[in-house]
Design a protein around this ligand. Structure first.
Ligand SMILES: Nc1ncnc2c1ncn2[C@@H]1O[C@H](COP(=O)(O)OP(=O)(O)OP(=O)(O)O)[C@@H](O)[C@H]1O
Ligand SMILES: [Mg+2]
Length: 273
């Protein structure tokens, strides 16, 4: 049963900081007995060293059109379909019907995961959100989880996107609120995916994010998506596990292919930068 007594835990930001700092880090290799969440992207679970350690908070970053939404939906879809896991996809940038229509067009059989994969959109969330000057985003997310408490356990949660959440949930102090947000996600005991925009090149990160990108440091894992020019006319989708705590993963770029309603990764062909 998912804990709904979140507010006390999440409002203790100082204690929360300590909790995160004391979190044991495992340098390499899989921790014995640790449950791994498979992505069901052919070839990618091997690259991750078996999957994503359960309970991780993972950023999925990329520029517009790099298939962040489709990929994360695919993670949740296959976990619900093949393992019966309960999933919650919070779409803050598009409505539920629009998202489900887009996914159905891509070949995901949305009806097959009815009752397992739940999509919540802004309209639904806002109706259930009350003003809370202290931490409005906590209230926002808490109500989303409460809304689905009949699920019993939520195994996978997706937020699409972190930037939209920051705006809708009125972040006051980005650094502090991000810290508390990550702490809140860890307290959910679910595996979480936060979709986020990314600068075109990592080297521009410092210039584009006035405070640096705190979320990159707070996340347990980062999966990055990009378009890569392989010739004058060809662009290839690429994926890279930038970091994944407690996993012995490969760090290079791989080609990301979406065909016949399924994602797969293959060795990337080298080409111009
Ligand atoms: N059936 C399909 N097969 C392969 N690629 C597709 C298919 N349908 C859509 N796409 C590609 O997926 C892209 C959109 O994917 P998605 O919405 O997941 O990207 P995104 O990174 O979430 O975008 P945004 O930043 O706008 O939210 C389209 O631009 C298109 O290139
Ligand atoms: Mg998207």
């Amino acid at each position: 049963m998912i804990s709904l007594l979140l507010s006390l835990k999440s409002r203790r930001s100082v204690k929360g900081m300590r909790a995160v700092k004391e979190r044991p880090k495992v340098a390499r290799g899989r921790v014995e007995g640790e449950e791994m969440i498979r992505t069901y992207v052919e070839g990618f679970d091997e690259i991750l060293g078996g999957g994503i350690p359960r309970g991780h908070v993972v950023l999925v970053s990329g520029l517009p059109g790099t298939m962040k939404t489709s990929l994360v939906y695919s993670f949740l879809y296959h976990n619900s379909l093949k393992e019966g896991r309960n999933s919650l996809y919070m779409t803050l940038e598009q409505g539920r019907k629009s998202l489900e229509h887009q996914m159905a067009r891509m070949g995901f059989r949305v009806k097959d995961v009815a009752g397992k994969l739940h999509v919540l959109d802004v309209a639904t969330l806002q109706k259930r959100t009350q003003e809370d000057e202290d931490a409005p985003w906590i209230e926002f997310l808490q109500r989303a989880i409460e809304f689905r408490k009949e699920l019993g356990v939520v195994d996978l949660i997706a937020i699409d996107s972190l930037e939209a959440l920051e705006v809708l949930a009125s972040f006051q102090d980005r650094r502090r609120d991000l810290f508390r947000l990550f702490d809140w996600f860890r307290g959910q005991e679910a595996t979480s995916f936060l979709i986020t925009e990314a600068p075109p090149e990592p080297s521009l990160s410092v210039l584009l994010h006035a405070h640096g990108n705190e979320a990159d440091y707070l996340a347990d894992g980062i999966v990055h998506l990009k378009m890569h020019q392989v010739s004058d006319v060809d662009i290839q989708r690429r994926i890279r596990a930038v970091k994944m705590r407690a996993a012995h993963h490969k760090t290079g770029f791989y080609a990301l292919v979406f065909e016949d309603g399924a994602f797969s990764v293959t060795q990337a062909m080298s080409g111009p930068l």
